[in-house]
Design a protein. Structure first.
Length: 374
């Protein structure tokens, strides 16, 4: 289903986007219990035009979360259970012979949808995993040299099981880098788990119904509104500093790429709009840092053998690398929830780097654990 182009519809204000995002999360949260923050980051990634990887142990509701998000967004949803014998054509589609016309015609695969769920993506071979690269990066698939555009909006949600090694294939770095965020769900609290059980008793059947809150056209308009969010020069530099710090850490072999820094900025913009603002604050960047950067970090063999957690490395970097002054501290943008003009940031309200941020911590700064120059 191809939605109406957003430029043909009236624009949405920041307040409109925030209200609709809240309604989507409330609707999904009524079914998917105890996952408010992962769901918020997943929806922020979708608003930013990205793709989502849920990585956690079985039975925590990863597939339910993906299906519920698709339903609440009014998107067509296709799910593919990944297996070792899956072929690229099983995802993208292939040319088949049509006896009526005596010609080969293209039969689209399940990836031609609004939201595509690759369930247990690490169970299929790297060759098949790579079939998603073109779709995720370019919004099209190429079969026998011919390109076929995917519908808009189009988003991939994948799940991965990190505890099994038999019959699984680690996602290559190029594939991981295409996911805007990687999210860990975690076990629910005692109260949340009780609510899961009571919800199941109340509905009397296994599948939970999630009503559509928006549709594909609404989502495209929301994404267009996110593109209009102001990013101060200091905020952009802060994203660069965080990504650069991963490259200089002593336990990291390959750090986050510039694509990672850009993803951090994009998710930060989406979080700002979801909070009713048209400008990004350092807190928007900090809350997204682990989900955006940790899966883009490749550890050294020694660090991997010692059980170092990439997420913990990113948390340490966020704690140590100083951010810019708080936006709105001097009254430039701290007024209405919708924000003011695009020029205010920090205590002085200017767009240039303030003295407080000019000396902010960078890779190689002495005293920052793991960030000494290598």
């Amino acid at each position: 289903m191809t939605a109406t182009p957003p430029e043909a519809l009236p624009p949405l204000t920041v307040t409109d986007v925030a209200a609709r995002a809240q309604e989507v999360l409330d609707t999904v949260g009524a079914v998917v219990v105890g996952m408010r923050e992962p769901l918020a980051l997943a929806f922020a990634s979708i608003l930013a035009g990205g793709h989502v990887l849920f990585e956690d142990v079985p039975g925590l509701g990863k597939t339910l979360a993906a299906r519920s998000l698709a339903a609440a967004c009014g998107l067509d949803f296709r799910r593919l259970q990944c297996t070792p014998d899956l072929l690229p054509a099983d995802i993208t589609g292939s040319f088949v012979y049509a006896p009526a016309t005596a010609e080969f015609v293209f039969r689209p695969g399940p990836v031609f949808t609004g939201m595509f769920l690759a369930d247990e993506i690490n169970r299929t071979s790297p060759k098949t995993q790579s079939a998603l690269l073109d779709a995720m990066a370019e919004g099209q698939v190429t079969v026998e040299g011919e390109g076929f555009p995917l519908p808009r909006p189009f988003h991939v949600v994948a799940t991965s099981n990190p505890i099994e090694y038999e019959g699984t294939y680690a996602l290559p770095e190029a594939q991981l880098d295409r996911f805007m965020v990687r999210l860990s769900v975690g076990y629910p609290s005692r109260e949340s788990e009780q609510r899961v059980l009571l919800n199941r008793v109340g509905r009397r059947h296994e599948v939970a119904e999630v009503p559509a809150v928006i549709d594909g056209s609404d989502l495209l308009r929301m994404q267009a509104s996110v593109e209009g969010v102001h990013v101060d020069e200091d905020i952009a530099l802060y994203c660069v500093d965080l990504a650069s710090a991963t490259r200089a850490h002593r336990d990291v072999q390959v750090g986050a790429s510039p694509r990672g820094a850009q993803a951090l900025m994009l998710v930060g913009r989406a979080r700002a709009v979801m909070d009713g603002r048209d400008f990004v604050t350092p807190e928007d960047v900090k809350t997204a840092a682990v989900a955006v950067l940790a899966h883009r970090v490749s550890l050294t063999p020694q660090a991997w053998a010692n059980g170092v957690d990439p997420a913990q490395i990113v948390r340490g970097i966020v704690a140590q690398v100083a951010g810019p002054p708080v936006v709105g501290a001097g009254g430039g943008r701290g007024g209405s929830p919708a924000g003011g003009g695009p020029g205010a940031s920090g205590a002085g309200g200017g767009r240039g780097r303030s003295p407080a941020s000019a000396g902010r911590g960078l890779p190689g700064v002495p005293g920052v654990p793991g960030l000494e120059a290598r």
